[in-house]
Write a protein that binds this ligand. Sequence first.
Ligand code: HEM
Length: 490
Amino acid sequence: MAAPTRGAVVGESVDLADVQGNILRGYRKSMVRHLIAQVIDARQASAWVGATAGPDRSLAPAITDAAHWGARPPDVCFNLGITFTGMQALGVPPSAMSAFPEAYREGMAARASKIGDWGDSAPEHWIPWFQASDAVHLIVTLHADTAALLDRFEKDMMAGLAGRAFRIRGRNEGAKFNGDEVHFGYRDNISQPRFAQVSPPYKLDGQPLAPLGTVLLGYETALEQLQWTLPDPPVLGFNGAFNAFRVLEQDVPAFENFLDRAAAQLLASPLADSLLAIGGAGDEASPSARLASMREVVAAKLLGRWRNGTPLALSPRDPTPSPRVSDTDFDFVDDDEGLKCPLGAHTRRTNPRGARIVQRIANHTRRLVRRGMPYGPRWDATDRDADERVERGLLGNFICADLSAQFEAVYYDWINLGLQDPRITGSNDPLLGANQEDASWFDVVTSAGSVRLRGLPRFVRTRGGAYTFLPSISALRWIGSKHPLNPAPR
Ligand code: HEM
């Protein structure tokens, strides 16, 4: 954190055409491909990076910016993240790099202990191309609706300058399998921070609008009008954002097995009938119907939303209330005990909204823009055994202006330690925390008492990732044209 710096803009509108599109807009495409690239020729690589923001399409495809698309959206959306070692490999001068923050300079693997990447999530167990983290220089992200479009784009790109500039070390591909559903069966992609300067397509909800400095460098943040430091020259940082790219494997069979066990425990407790969903299985229902209904209650308590997305804060007993309730316009201020949404639920941990938390200043200040896509096939509940060894998970991008104060603080304080409230301190996020079956717990609280669920294994394993910077369009151009080896890109 630093005092206001050169290039900082307070209260001004943003030039959307200068910002990479994936920061401020969800593309709504059904497939994603992340190419993990290593620079093999600094001069050609920097020329290519610059050309993505220049007029000559024979050199590089055009980066997708956040300006409005008009009638015809691009078939393929193309964005670029650069790691710190990538900046070095591109030849960005050290003088320009010294003001980049420590988390970005160190990289994701070196920060493993802050973000729960230990045990079999530790970097030495990652997918090979992420293990050699110094060789992860660029992450080229492509979104499209068909594999053919992605293939053609990649082939054309690599046939030109990019093919001489980079080596593709690996690919991480994701695809939607049922709208916004992710593995574990939840609907995702509902809650995002909303920014005053970027009105449509955002709808308002009850939370304060996030200042632009929540996600872009160079603007006022939610923290007492301070701004994050810009690198020197400011053009390199201004309108850029940091991204924590994570490959998170999800153990769906273990999750579904846990729902069985936890549901059985709750059904055997005196709280069973006060927990079962309205319209679900009452006293007279068959044991299997009661189990099925209670499994959904457990799934909802762990997340803070029913699997269809309905927030527990607005509809704690009914997944399909009539009339419908808002998906986004809710708070936890009137639910201090967690009777509706548990204090430890994933969404309440990662965004406590207005709830009373220990770090009072942190309410609303650690917001993350999330862009994710599942990978691997949807789990088939009718064929539990056959499917168990298939890898599936989430390709997640957690975008913010400061990795340490936002992404890592959420992971370290809230997901893994539960420091926001003494009543959950010592427990981890039930969905993705670094849980251990013999020690972890999750409390389900009702007005008649509470039940502590135990035996939570770790459901989400980190398979790799990297901290990247998503430079502005001007910064991409600067990288291309100001490179000491490359004054005149070919
Ligand atoms: C495999 C891993 C993960 C899964 C399956 C998952 C799933 C979900 C789902 C289903 C939602 C509710 C939909 C919504 O509100 O938009 C959600 C919300 C959210 N998740 Fe995750 N998530 C994962 C990892 C993460 C990580 C690593 C972080 C942060 C470091 C995170 C932060 C959030 C935040 C901030 C919200 C929105 C909370 C709100 O504003 O109400 N998630 N997640």
